[in-house]
Design a protein around this ligand. Structure first.
Ligand code: HEM
Length: 498
C-alpha cells in the first residue's frame, strides 16, 4: 500500500508535467503549422495573444499592431489565428478584389446558439440565397406594399408625439429611440407596429437586450472562446439561451400561421414574401427556403438592425447638444427647405447637404463597429505574399479607415466639413466605410440611411436638444464593448420648437 501511495504521490506531478508539455507541443505545432500567415506579435503557446490586451478595447490594440506590422497582421486568440486587415487599400484589395475568398462569416458560438447556423450570418450557398432574398425583398417594398419610408415616418411621428408629452422636461431618449427603431423592423418583417407595452414586443426587446449585454460581457467573450466549458457553469447565459429558444418558437409560430394564410398576389411583408418562397420551392431538394432559415433571418434583421441604428441616433443627439452651433445650423436648413408645416421626406435629403454631412460625420466619428462583423476565408487565399488558410477568422479593421489622417482633416474630432466641399455641397468619400465593404457589407444600409435621415430631421424639426450640464462638460466619446462602440446613456431636455 505504502509503495502504491508513494508511486502515486511522486508520479502525479510528473504525469501532469508530461501532459502539459504534450498540450503545449500540440498547440505550438498548430501555431507553426499555419505556413505563411502574416506577421504579428509572438503568441503565448497556451493563450496565444489573448491576455496581452484589453478585450474591450481590442480595436485600439489592432490599430497599434497595424502600425508595427503593416496592413495584414496575425494574432492568436488562444489557439485560433485571426488575420486583421487595415487601411483603405488593403481592405479594398481583400473585401472587394478578393471578395469571394473573404466572404465567409465566422460564426461565433453565441450567434450559433441564436441562429443554429441558419439565416444570413452563414456562409456559402445558404448565405448567398438569404442575402439575395433579403436585399430584393427590402428593395421591392412599396410595390403593392407600404413603402419603407411610410413605415419609418409612421414611427418618427409616434416618437415625436411621445416626446412632446414631456413638454420640455427631462427625457431619457435611449429606450424611446430603441423602441422606435425596433418597431420599424417589426413592421417590415411582420407587417404591423406594436404598442410599446405589448408583452410580445417587450419580450423581444428584452431578448435582444440580454443578447447584446451578454455578448459584450466577459462571460460572453469567454463563452465565445470556450463554449463547452462555460456552458457547464451556472450564469446569466442560461437565461439568455431560454429567451433565445422562446424567441425562435415565436418567430416559427408566426411563419407557420402564415403558411395557410398568405395571398400570393399581394404579399404584405417580409414574412409573407418568405412563406411564398417556401411554397414555391417546396419540391426543390436543395432549397434554403424553410422555416428554420426564416426564423434565423428574422433574428439577424432584428439584432443587426436595431442596436446599430438606435445607438447612432442616440449619439447624434448627444453631439447636437455638445455642438449647439451645429444643431442650430441643421435646424435653419430644415426650416428653410422643409418648413414646419409638413414632415421631412427622403426626397429632401439632396436639398439638405449640411444635415446630410452632419449625419455622415456622426457615423464616421462614432465608428460604431470598429472590426465590422468577423469574416472567414472560404479557401486557402494568397494575399501580399502570405497564405491565409481556408476557414481563418478575418477582422476588417474599419476604424483604420475611419480615423485615417490621410483621408480626414481632423479624424479625432467631430467636423461635418469632412463631408462638404468648398461650396457647401455634400461631398462623398470612399473612406466612409461604416457599413463595411464588398460582398458582406451591411445589407440594411439603405434602410439604415433612410431611418437616420428621417428620424434625425423629424426630431430636430420639432425639438431643440439641450444637455443637463454645460456642453463643455459633456463626454461624447462612445464606450467600448466587445462588439462595438456605444454612446453613453444620458438624460436631456427636448424643448419643443413647433
Ligand atoms: C447605422 C446603422 C447600421 C450600421 C452602422 C451597420 C453596419 C454594418 C456592418 C459594419 C456590417 C458588417 C459588414 C462586414 O461584415 O463586412 C453589417 C452587416 C449587416 N447588417 Fe448592418 N448596419 C446598420 C444597420 C442595419 C440595419 C437597419 C439592418 C436591417 C435590415 C442591418 C442588417 C445587417 C445584416 C443582416 C448584416 C449581415 C450581412 C451579411 O452577413 O451578409 N444593418 N452592418
Amino acid at each position: 500500500m505504502d509503495i502504491l501511495l508513494a508511486l502515486k504521490t511522486n508520479a502525479l506531478p510528473a504525469v501532469m508535467t508530461l501532459l502539459v508539455m504534450i498540450l503545449l507541443w500540440k498547440i505550438r505545432g498548430k501555431q507553426s503549422s499555419f505556413g505563411r500567415l502574416p506577421p504579428g506579435p509572438p503568441p503565448n503557446p497556451l493563450l496565444g495573444n489573448l491576455f496581452q490586451f484589453n478585450l474591450k478595447e481590442a480595436y485600439k490594440y489592432y490599430l497599434e499592431l497595424s502600425e508595427k506590422y503593416g496592413s495584414v497582421v496575425t494574432i492568436w486568440l488562444a489557439n485560433t489565428p485571426v488575420v486583421i486587415i487595415s487601411g483603405y487599400e488593403a481592405l479594398k484589395d481583400t473585401m472587394i478584389g478578393l471578395g469571394e475568398e473573404f466572404s465567409g462569416r465566422d460564426n461565433y458560438p453565441l450567434n450559433m446558439k441564436a441562429t443554429l447556423g441558419y439565416g444570413v450570418l452563414s456562409s456559402g450557398h445558404r448565405w448567398k440565397e438569404m442575402r439575395r432574398f433579403s436585399l430584393m425583398t427590402l428593395k421591392n417594398f412599396g410595390m403593392g406594399r407600404r413603402s419603407i419610408e411610410e413605415r419609418v415616418m409612421e414611427e418618427a411621428e409616434y416618437l415625436v408625439e411621445r416626446i412632446k408629452k414631456f413638454e420640455g422636461s427631462a427625457i431619457s431618449p435611449a429606450d424611446m429611440l430603441s423602441n422606435a427603431v425596433t418597431n420599424v423592423i417589426w413592421s417590415i418583417v411582420f407587417g404591423h407596429r406594436f404598442e410599446l407595452d405589448d408583452p410580445q414586443f417587450m419580450f423581444l426587446l428584452q431578448t435582444i437586450d440580454s443578447y447584446f449585454s451578454i455578448l459584450s460581457s466577459p462571460l460572453g467573450q469567454l463563452y465565445n472562446i470556450f463554449p463547452k466549458l462555460v456552458s457547464l457553469f451556472p450564469g446569466k447565459h442560461h437565461q439568455l439561451f431560454k429567451y433565445l429558444k422562446d424567441a425562435r418558437d415565436y418567430f416559427r409560430r408566426e411563419a407557420q400561421a402564415r403558411m395557410n394564410n398568405v395571398d400570393p398576389s399581394c404579399p404584405q411583408d417580409f414574412t409573407d414574401a418568405f412563406v411564398l418562397k417556401i411554397k414555391e420551392e417546396k419540391d426543390k431538394p436543395d432549397t434554403e427556403y424553410n422555416i428554420e432559415n426564416f426564423v434565423s433571418l428574422a433574428w439577424n434583421l432584428f439584432t443587426a438592425g436595431t442596436e446599430t441604428t438606435s445607438s447612432t441616433l442616440r449619439q447624434s443627439l448627444l453631439l447636437m447638444m455638445k455642438h449647439p452651433d451645429v444643431q442650430e445650423r441643421v435646424q435653419r436648413e430644415i426650416d428653410e427647405i422643409v418648413g414646419q408645416d409638413r414632415w421631412p421626406s427622403i426626397e429632401d435629403r439632396q436639398r439638405l447637404p449640411y444635415t446630410d454631412a452632419v449625419i455622415h460625420e456622426v457615423q464616421r466619428s462614432m465608428d460604431i463597429t470598429p472590426i465590422a462583423i468577423p469574416h472567414k476565408t472560404m479557401c486557402d487565399t494568397e494575399y501580399n505574399g502570405y497564405v491565409i488558410p481556408k476557414g481563418t477568422k478575418v477582422f476588417p479593421l474599419l476604424s483604420s479607415v475611419l480615423i485615417d489622417p490621410k483621408l480626414w482633416k481632423n479624424p479625432n474630432c467631430f467636423d461635418p466639413k469632412n463631408f462638404l466641399d468648398g461650396d457647401g455641397r455634400f461631398k462623398k468619400s470612399d473612406g466612409f466605410v461604416v457599413f463595411g465593404m464588398g460582398k458582406r457589407a451591411c445589407l440594411g444600409e439603405a434602410l439604415a440611411r433612410t431611418e437616420l435621415f428621417l428620424f434625425f430631421t423629424s426630431l430636430l424639426q420639432h425639438f431643440t436638444f439641450k444637455a443637463m450640464v454645460p456642453p463643455e462638460e459633456l463626454d461624447t466619446t462612445p464606450t467600448n464593448c466587445s462588439f462595438g462602440r456605444i454612446p453613453r446613456t444620458y438624460e436631456c431636455y427636448a424643448i419643443p420648437r413647433i
